[in-house]
Design a protein around this ligand. Structure first.
Ligand SMILES: [Zn+2]
Length: 734
């Protein structure tokens, strides 16, 4: 870490920028020192320098002491939806925003939030065992004894009382059921035992139910996040014998948010569906259990020995069943409606107040949630504090900045979804981009989102210092990608492609409504992969003691997150021309279409589908992207030379390009999901399906959907190309 005094020196500042820059693209004389710094995309040379100066000041402000202190306060008690601490945390964050000098308020919603009334899992045959369903306190971890911890459960499970033989279904994905079919094993009338991992947890009971199961248990196998991965808590960071992963099992790939208010805001007094009308509630009882509780059940299964890939790390031979293990599973819930509290701060833009950059991270947790979500929330608070200081020093963003601490993410992205549904019309008109984070840890930058912002993410990552290596975050990220690449071809591409690829967004955090429902270009960012991540995910052990021993113990990656996301928000808010870039997007879409070509062959449809229209639309998009790029470069070199009204319409067109990728009818059987390029998989949950309409029609062999869905994608890509062309015309002065 550089001392602050040195950071203030302009000479060193320039050298630092140089060191972090991937490549220099312009020569500039500065304070008598000739040096090269890249001009920021969307800025003229002078505008770029002014922006860089403010950003440098910004990045010096986030402080590890504050990150640590705020985590200590916010994670000191369990703070799930409906708890006193959930509300007081919202008030604490509001107070912070006010102290920083920002306008802020709490927006309240009322949401369906079931909590357990009865939970029972007992093995009846061939031996008796009653599951503990309880995570023991750890003596050296004071928060592990906190009062008010939510019991271990899966939110939105059905009420139920069932007794049946057990079948082990591995991860419980559709592929695992194909394997069961081959072995001629049915789960009809049985209770399935699935392990966490490979898919989002809500998929497991959903697929089990579709195959006729009457109950579902989900356990954490030590191979996936227990002793196979490292020492278990408290010796190490990984899940101990009685550790349980809580979590939602709402059918969120249909729609997230309050199950009783799909597509509209659950403000006080809003119309609500009845429980029986709410489509996303699970139809069978589900409970999560520890590997300590799973072992007696697994040990008492016979039938075929599980295929090698299905075997976990418990010291037993894994069999599939059915039985002879017979389990009695009973679960019932208080189906309460609870208030949630979104804390929303706003900094009005000076010249374009009607263009919004929205930044969010949730504040609610399953229990104490030091890692998930407070590690990300404290970074967000430090960004807000830094903006408060810059405002006092005379900085004012051109565009409006909105900072949101969401409530109710854990049960079903409730706070972000309901807020976005409430403000949908304004957001569609005004939102330029949404930037999300969630849990943060030590390691490498992870970035996913709209590929129109891929180039921008790369640009910013070059300007942030990686705490561990001292190189730029971009350099560390690149090395990590090379190390993890599976083939030499992939390694070569990473070395040679100008921009590192960002992932596509599925679901699993608060960006979902912004990108998938409203068509707002979105990013999800966080550091991680440096050890310990996820070992105590959604358990009572995800607390301050764990995080400060095994997480980002020095909070330097929390500071790096503040610096990364805060720089992005500033740079987007201040850019004279928004830094969207369409070549990376068109390259990525072309790649997805090539995957569809292969998929079409692999699934062997009764008659082959001609995907040429997709290739043609991608070709048109590439031409539009290239032409825009050429016009953009020319204008940028000439310091824009456009009238304010032209700049305004140019920027509007640029951020509207993502809206063009949506289709108001939505995807088959899930009309809430409107994006034609990205969606969480109907049967993967968190995992993304790109060009989902076509891909899922092929995968699920819904042959009748393939052509209509392809036509929707073609239309979306053409509409986007036309919007890019309009932007190009402004630049070309036509
Ligand atoms: Zn989270």
């Amino acid at each position: 870490m550089m001392p602050k005094t040195i950071r203030r020196s302009l000479f060193v500042l320039v050298c630092v920028v140089l060191m972090f820059a991937g490549q220099a693209v312009c020569l500039r004389a500065q304070g008598g020192t000739a040096s090269t710094v890249p001009v920021l995309r969307g800025y003229s040379s002078t505008e770029s320098q002014t922006e860089r100066d403010w950003e440098q000041k910004f990045r010096a402000i986030p402080d590890v002491k504050n990150l640590r202190e705020n985590m200590y306060i916010l994670s000191s008690e369990p703070h799930h939806v409906g708890s006193p601490k959930d509300k007081s945390n919202a008030e604490f964050i509001l107070k912070k925003f006010h102290e920083f000098g920002l306008k802020a308020e709490i927006e309240e919603f009322e949401v369906l939030f079931p909590t357990p009334k009865e939970r029972l899992v007992e093995l009846l045959e061939p031996e008796k065992y009653t599951a503990q369903l309880k995570e023991p306190a750890v003596p050296q971890d004071p928060d592990s004894t906190d009062a008010g911890q939510l019991p271990t459960y899966n939110a939105y499970s059905a009420d139920g009382d069932v007794t049946a033989q057990v079948v082990y279904v591995n991860y419980g994905t559709p592929k695992d059921y194909e394997e069961l079919d081959k072995l001629d094993i049915s789960v009809k009338g049985k209770i399935v035992l699935a392990r966490y991992g490979a898919s989002w947890r809500g998929i497991k009971p959903k697929v089990a139910y579709e195959h006729g199961a009457i109950g579902c248990l989900i356990y954490s196998d030590p191979r996936d996040d227990g002793y196979t991965r490292g020492d278990i808590y408290p010796e190490g960071p990984m899940r101990p014998w009685q550790g349980v992963q809580r979590g939602s099992v709402a059918d969120m790939p249909i729609y997230p948010g309050d199950p009783e208010t799909p597509g509209w805001a659950s403000v006080k007094g809003a119309k609500r569906l009845s429980l029986s009308e709410a489509k996303t509630l699970m139809k069978i009882p589900v409970l999560p259990i520890s590997y300590g509780d799973a072992q007696p059940i697994l040990r008492n299964l016979r039938g075929p020995v599980a295929p090698e890939a299905w075997r976990g790390a418990l010291p037993i031979t894994y069999h599939i069943g059915p039985g002879p293990a017979v389990v009695h599973l009973k679960a019932s819930f208080n189906w309460n409606v609870e208030p949630i509290y979104d804390v929303v701060a706003r900094i009005d833009g000076s010249t374009a107040p009607d263009e919004w950059i929205v930044r969010g991270n949730h504040h609610d947790a399953w229990v104490n949630g030091a890692s998930d979500p407070i590690s990300g929330q404290v970074a967000l608070i430090e960004e807000a504090r830094a903006y408060g200081q810059l405002l006092k020093q005379g900085w004012q963003p051109h565009r409006t900045i909105i900072y949101a601490a969401w409530d109710g993410e854990e049960p079903g992205l409730l706070g972000s979804t309901e807020w976005a549904e409430k403000h949908a019309d304004e957001l569609k008109k005004h939102a330029v981009a949404y930037i999300n984070s969630d849990s943060n840890g030590k390691g490498w930058l992870g970035a996913s989102g709209s590929h129109t912002l891929e180039d921008f993410v790369n640009e910013v990552a070059k300007d942030i210092r990686d705490p561990e290596s001292g190189k730029s975050v971009w350099e560390a990220w690149k090395q990590r990608q090379i190390d993890q690449a599976k083939t030499d071809q992939d390694k070569k591409e990473i070395r040679e492609r100008a921009d590192l690829r960002i992932g596509a967004l599925g679901s699993g955090s608060d960006y979902t409504v912004y990108i998938d429902h409203l068509g707002i270009a979105s990013l999800n960012l966080g550091f991680g992969g440096g050890g310990g991540d996820g070992g105590v995910y959604h358990s009572i052990y995800d607390d301050f003691a764990w995080y400060t021993r095994f997480g980002d113990t020095t909070f330097e990656y929390g500071r790096a997150l503040s610096q990364t996301v805060g720089t992005m928000v500033m740079r987007l808010a201040d850019a004279p021309v928004l830094p969207f870039q369409f070549q990376d997007f068109s390259d990525t879409v072309a790649k997805y279409i090539t995957e569809l070509d292969k998929l079409e062959k692999d699934v062997k449809p009764p008659q082959s589908f001609d995907l040429t229209p997709l290739h043609e639309a991608a070709g048109t998009l590439k031409q539009s992207a290239d032409r825009y790029h050429a016009a953009f470069e020319k204008r940028a070199a000439g310091n824009w030379g456009l009238a304010p009204a032209q700049m305004k319409s140019l920027n509007t067109m640029l951020f509207m390009t993502e809206r063009k990728l949506t289709n108001a009818q939505g995807l088959p059987s899930r009309s809430w999901f409107e994006h034609e390029i990205y969606a969480p998989g109907l049967y993967t949950g968190y995992g993304v399906k790109t060009i989902p309409g076509v891909r899922e029609a092929l995968e699920q062999k819904n042959w009748g959907d393939v052509v209509p869905q392809m036509n929707n994608v073609v239309k979306a890509l053409r509409d986007m190309s036309a919007e890019i062309d309009d932007a190009t015309k402004v630049l070309e002065g036509q």
